[in-house]
Design a protein around this ligand. Structure first.
Ligand SMILES: [Zn+2]
Length: 257
């Protein structure tokens, strides 16, 4: 047996017996040296963190874009970015952590733009906004685990995956689907169920987000997210049970296990 493999199995075995489960999560990198990089345990997040009212602890910044994420998430992205370079893709973060206030701003901008384009029917307007923007408080971007990823040469073009999508965009998306999971990233919104459309740019760092998703699913009281400064908050309050159900069922089941 390969000595490195034996050593890895031994460490794994010790880990199972005496370390907390999160401590033994490892990431096998598909590079020449097959270095095994331990993933730091998922930081403990409270309901306040999950709903976006408090920033997750010790987030770090991407020097290229200024976007922030949990350290383990950003480090995985940087490793993934290095790997992408080898295949000629220059990954760029378009968004990462967003607070409740950030999300409220994105929500309100989208809602206003629909209003300005004549969407006076409240139900239709809110459903249109929800297909692209999560309700403030319900966004996974609050967790510090979610990254919107693009590539510098096709920036702004990865908006859908349709027959008329440019070939280079499709090529990049196919590359992402094949390689992102090896670095822990899962595409959360496939647009097959629920209220959220296909988001080929949105990737979730699964070693952490699966823990937070379980916690999020157990939250019972969402009262605090109904802020009077959120556009159409009255509609959100009246229809919240359905909205929450639709948001939850939009999640790719593979990203939850
Ligand atoms: Zn996103």
């Amino acid at each position: 047996m390969n000595f490195k493999l034996l050593f890895f199995l031994l460490i794994q075995g010790l880990g199972i017996s005496c370390a907390p489960r999160q401590m033994i999560v490892q990431q096998m990198l598909p590079n020449k040296s097959n270095i095994i990089i331990p993933i730091p345990p998922a930081p403990i997040l409270t309901e306040d963190h999950l709903l976006g009212f408090t920033a997750p602890p010790e987030m770090i910044e991407d020097p290229e874009t200024g976007h922030r994420a949990l350290p383990g998430v950003m480090q995985a992205f940087w490793r993934f970015k290095e790997r992408a370079k080898m295949d000629g893709w220059n990954l760029i973060l378009v968004s990462a952590y967003r607070s409740y206030r950030d999300q409220r701003r994105v929500w309100n901008q989208s809602d206003d733009s629909y209003l300005q384009r004549g969407a006076t029917n409240q139900k239709k307007r809110v459903e249109a906004v929800m297909s692209l923007v999560s309700v403030p408080g319900l966004s996974r971007h609050h967790w510090g685990t979610e990254l919107d990823i693009s590539e510098t040469s096709i920036r702004g073009q990865l908006v859908n995956v349709e027959p008329d999508t440019p070939e280079r965009v499709l090529k990049f998306y196919t590359w992402m689907q094949k390689n992102a999971p090896q670095y822990g990233f899962c595409q959360v919104y496939l647009g097959q169920k629920g209220s959220v459309h296909n988001e080929p740019w949105h990737w979730s760092y699964l070693p952490y987000s699966k823990t937070y998703q379980k916690q999020f699913m157990d939250i019972k009281n969402f009262k605090r997210i109904f802020d009077v400064n959120v556009e159409d908050v009255d509609y959100l309050m009246r229809n919240f049970n359905r909205i929450l159900k639709d948001e939850k069922s939009s999640i790719n089941p593979i990203c939850g296990d």
